[in-house]
Ligand binder design. Structure first.
Ligand SMILES: [Zn+2]
Length: 125
């Protein structure tokens, strides 16, 4: 789940999601979630919580200043999700064959890393 996706979930839900993510990160790395967790897990938890906080603040500013709603961000998130052609709730990269030199590049680039050909539509906007 990316951070922007959590924006429309409301403050408490976003915080819960951040907590859930950091707990999963701790479990995946074999560390404990309590006070004694390893430094890398604690740093990742801090980063996830900070991103969730900033994301929520940004979303609330957008709602207030641009009169946006949760439905707006939901629709945009689905559009962004589908840019890689896969509805999986996240942005993923994939191999792209350059139309000019026919070499394979990563979809995260907006132009061919070999010949500089601009791709028709950058995957990440
Ligand atoms: Zn190329």
């Amino acid at each position: 789940m990316n951070m922007l996706w959590m924006a429309g979930m409301g403050g408490l839900a976003a915080n819960d999601a951040a907590e859930n993510l950091s707990t999963k990160a701790a479990e995946a790395l074999g560390g404990s979630v309590g006070g004694g967790g390893n430094l890398e897990v604690r740093e990742l938890r801090h980063q996830v919580e900070r991103l969730a906080l900033l994301n929520q603040a940004m979303w609330e500013l957008l709602c207030t200043r641009l009169n946006m709603s949760d439905a707006d961000i939901e629709a945009k998130a689905q559009e962004v999700d589908m840019r890689d052609g896969i509805a999986d709730g996240k942005m993923t990269t994939h191999a792209v064959t350059c139309p000019s030199c026919k070499r394979v590049c990563n979809s995260k680039h907006h132009k061919c890393i070999y010949c500089g050909q601009l791709f028709e539509r950058p995957v990440f906007g």
